[in-house]
Design a protein. Structure first.
Length: 337
């Protein structure tokens, strides 16, 4: 298993390097000028000095090398020093990726927005998985029952309707009409006592529910289909003929084999949900990574967009790696292939 993990990890490293260059090249060649939003009264020579200070007059290879050095070396070391207080090397000569819009480090802006996104997305995905697994198992085991038909209909609706529609519908129904929950997510709220904790929970209910409903609908359909394929396999009939309890056959054998395709959906869905959360964050006014990316696109903040886009790409590669390792645990034959 160790060799299998190392082999998958070694494949991921050059993949990330290629992806980083492609993202940098595409966004760097976009027709955006950081001096475009400056006042027209600024002389051309001052604009040229600003471009030179940002390194925009350097060749593409030099700009990419500086960005990669800042992303892979400088920023991780700065983060370790800021969190542990331990000095590593010479911090004075260590450069950072600077946002064209805020004129501050990109990593600091991302670290400031990250907790809001992780709270909403993390809880939504966990709830979605916890709902999808029992619904998918019961629907497959009791095929064509009332539970299966109702679950199939609800899952079809939840998977077909986009999150921006269900989000707006939830705001109209529960915020405007019933006035149960706030329609705007207050990212400045600090939980320090029971009333503020209740407010935090209330403002998280709608965005978490919208995303969890979408995720559970998708995952439950995949698990139901996979369970149906495995329930009729020879190994399931053999386990029953040996006298094993039906619960052990379904949960111990069939569910484990059915989880193999579901692991792919879950692992790849975690990075993908960040893309879907961009829309959801805009609807509920959550000041998270999605809002930060939209602001970077609107303001032509190329370093911010490059960094966020590459972080999303890293998530995809990392969770692909996690899925490959999970395959090895669920099916021992895979780790030796």
């Amino acid at each position: 298993m160790f060799q299998y993990t190392v082999r998958r990890l070694l494949i991921s490293i050059p993949t990330l390097l290629v992806i980083s260059f492609v993202i940098f090249f595409i966004l760097d060649t976009a027709p955006n000028d950081p001096t475009g939003n400056l006042p027209l009264t600024i002389p051309p020579e001052v604009r040229a000095d600003i471009r030179k200070s940002l390194g925009l007059d350097d060749p593409l290879a030099v700009r990419y090398a500086k960005w990669a050095q800042q992303f892979f070396i400088s920023e991780p070391l700065n983060f370790i020093e800021s969190t542990t207080g331990i000095s590593i090397g010479n911090s004075e000569n260590r450069t950072r990726i600077i946002s064209w819009q805020t004129r501050g480090p990109v990593a600091d802006a991302i670290a400031e927005r990250m907790p809001q996104t992780l709270w909403v997305l993390g809880l939504a995905y966990i709830f979605g998985i916890l709902i999808a697994i029992p619904v998918g198992v019961i629907s497959a085991y009791k095929q064509y029952s009332i539970f299966d038909q109702v679950g199939t209909f609800i899952s079809l609706v939840g998977f077909s309707v986009p999150t921006f529609f269900t989000g707006l519908l939830a705001i109209i129904l529960f915020s405007v009409k019933l006035k149960w929950f706030p329609s705007i997510y207050d990212t400045t709220l600090v939980v320090k006592d029971w009333p503020t904790f209740v407010l935090q929970v209330k403002q998280m209910i709608m965005p978490v529910t919208v995303l969890a409903f979408f995720n559970a609908s998708q995952l439950s359909r995949f698990l139901r289909s996979s369970m149906l394929d495995n329930l009729s396999q020879d190994y399931a009939r053999t386990a029953r003929s040996k006298g094993l309890q039906e619960r052990i056959v379904v949960l111990g054998h069939v569910l484990r084999n059915s989880m193999i395709p579901l692991v792919t959906i879950i692992a790849l869905g975690i990075p993908a949900i960040f893309g879907g959360a961009i829309i959801t964050e805009q609807i509920f006014r959550i000041n998270g990574l999605g809002a930060l990316l939209i602001q970077g696109i609107y303001n032509a903040d190329i370093p911010m967009v490059q960094t966020l886009t590459f972080i999303f790409a890293i998530l995809i590669v990392v969770f692909n790696l996690i899925a490959d390792i999970a395959y090895g645990f669920l099916d021992p034959r895979i780790r030796y292939s």
